[in-house]
Design a protein around this ligand. Structure first.
Ligand code: GLA
Length: 425
């Protein structure tokens, strides 16, 4: 099996940080390392501007990587855009169609980057996506190469940003990768603090280049959640920043990423979001319960909802999950408050999210290891500081529910109960 270059780079770099980000954690909540924010000159702090307004709520759309990886072509992007419209995803709020890594060709004598043969005409592709009422996203790295080894933006930041704007690009995912060995380790060997300053400066540099184009382009940082990116990301111009290593389409990956998010809620808000990575809903061998839990919890986390599945071959069940408007409304709630984990009791985790209008979303998930059995659990309203009975809506069945303290609830392993309570007491 071909090893993704990020893993190879990772093996070289930042010792325990990398190891932690790439392996399944024993105690996921301890996985994310935090270091003191470095002293570097950044662009002015977050302020309402066009770019922020375009990510005032978490960005929604689709990205090519989780299903296509390096195989993605112009045709696949057009088909994804067609399907986003045809399946009702656009009406449900999905807007961005994001090309991930492997679109890049070579630079010419003037340093202008060209696409490779899989993407014959990026401007025409952007026009096509825009003609559907959707927006187009693209991918690069602050290093010399992308994670998959294609040409990236080092020393060509302004030129690349102008190129993206001239094509009509609306979103950039900027992925650290080769910047680590090529710049951080070369220019500041063994000096972690100096390496971090180089990294932050590189992200701030592209932010400046994007802003200089005058085009609103959502700016997505991808550096795997190292170095407390949530503390400096907003001031480096980020609208969102990855908080984790790469997601995989299996329960263990999704559940451990979920647990890594505990404690990060205070960093998210309108225009700047924690990004626990793109959705795997409909990928791999995830059961419907697992897909439901994954989608529900990413909505609870105010995560970007970037589907990553094979849209032309999506099953009706997966489509129903991705277009559940009640769940999407949780994600897109205008308060922008991310959920916090209220408590864990054995195999049951309870998360809550405060919503506009004084409403509350309560998620009860069964993390039991036996994938198909049903467990009875008890939801403690007292632990949530609430009193029953509470009337709410079960967002997966559409039924009205009445929650009382310690009432028994049956939840299949890896499934979730997601309830919206309009007026909790
Ligand atoms: C890294 C990122 C992924 C994807 C690939 C592309 O691994 O974390 O999300 O963008 O690179 O090569």
């Amino acid at each position: 099996m071909k090893i993704h270059p990020l893993l190879a780079v990772g093996a070289l770099v930042l010792g325990s940080l990398t190891a932690a980000a790439q392996t399944a954690p024993k105690n996921p909540t301890k996985l994310v390392k935090r270091s003191a924010p470095p002293q570097v000159a950044l662009t002015p702090p977050i302020r309402p501007n066009d770019r922020m307004l375009s990510s005032e709520t978490p960005p929604m759309g689709w990205n090519s990587w989780n299903f296509f990886a390096g195989r993605v072509t112009d045709k696949d992007i057009r088909a994804a855009a067609d399907q986003i419209v045809a399946t009702g995803m656009k009406d449900a709020g999905y807007v961005y169609v994001n090309i991930d890594d492997t679109w890049e060709g070579e630079r010419d004598a003037d340093g202008v980057l060209h696409t490779n043969t899989k993407f014959p005409d990026m401007k025409a592709l952007a026009d096509y996506v825009h003609s559907k009422g959707l927006k187009l996203g693209i991918y690069s790295s602050p290093g010399p190469k992308t994670c998959a080894g294609y040409a990236a933006s080092l020393d060509h930041e302004a030129q690349d940003a102008q190129l993206y704007a001239s094509w009509g690009i609306d979103y950039l995912k900027y992925d650290l990768c080769s910047f680590i060995p090529a710049v951080m380790m070369k220019q500041a060997p063994g000096d972690k603090a100096a390496q971090m300053q180089l990294m932050i400066a590189a992200y701030a540099k592209m932010d400046k280049a994007l802003k200089a184009t005058g085009r609103p382009i959502v700016y997505s940082l991808c550096q795997y959640g190292w170095d407390a990116v949530w503390e400096w990301g907003p001031n480096a111009g980020a609208n969102l920043w990855r908080t984790t290593g790469d997601i995989q389409p299996n329960w263990q990956s999704i559940y451990s990423i979920l647990n890594e998010q505990a404690g990060l809620a205070k960093y998210a808000g309108p225009g700047h979001w924690n990004d626990p990575d793109m959705l795997e809903v409909g990928n791999g061998k995830l059961s419907l319960a697992e897909n439901r839990m994954h989608f529900s919890m990413w909505a609870m986390l105010a995560a970007p909802l970037l589907a990553g599945n094979d849209l032309p071959n999506m099953t009706p069940e997966v489509r129903a999950i991705l277009t559940n408007r009640d769940v999407i409304a949780i994600d897109q709630d205008r308060l922008g408050h991310e959920a916090t984990r209220a408590y864990s009791d054995g195999e049951v985790d309870v998360w809550t999210r405060h919503l506009s209008g004084g409403a509350l979303a309560i998620a009860v998930l069964n993390a039991g290891s036996d994938r198909y059995s049903t467990h009875t659990c008890h939801l403690s309203l007292a632990k949530l500081g609430l009193h029953g009975p509470l009337k709410g809506k079960n967002l997966w069945t559409g039924e009205q529910v009445v929650l009382t303290n310690d009432m028994p609830i049956e939840i299949t392993s890896h499934d979730i109960l997601l309830v919206r309570v309009p007026a909790p007491r």
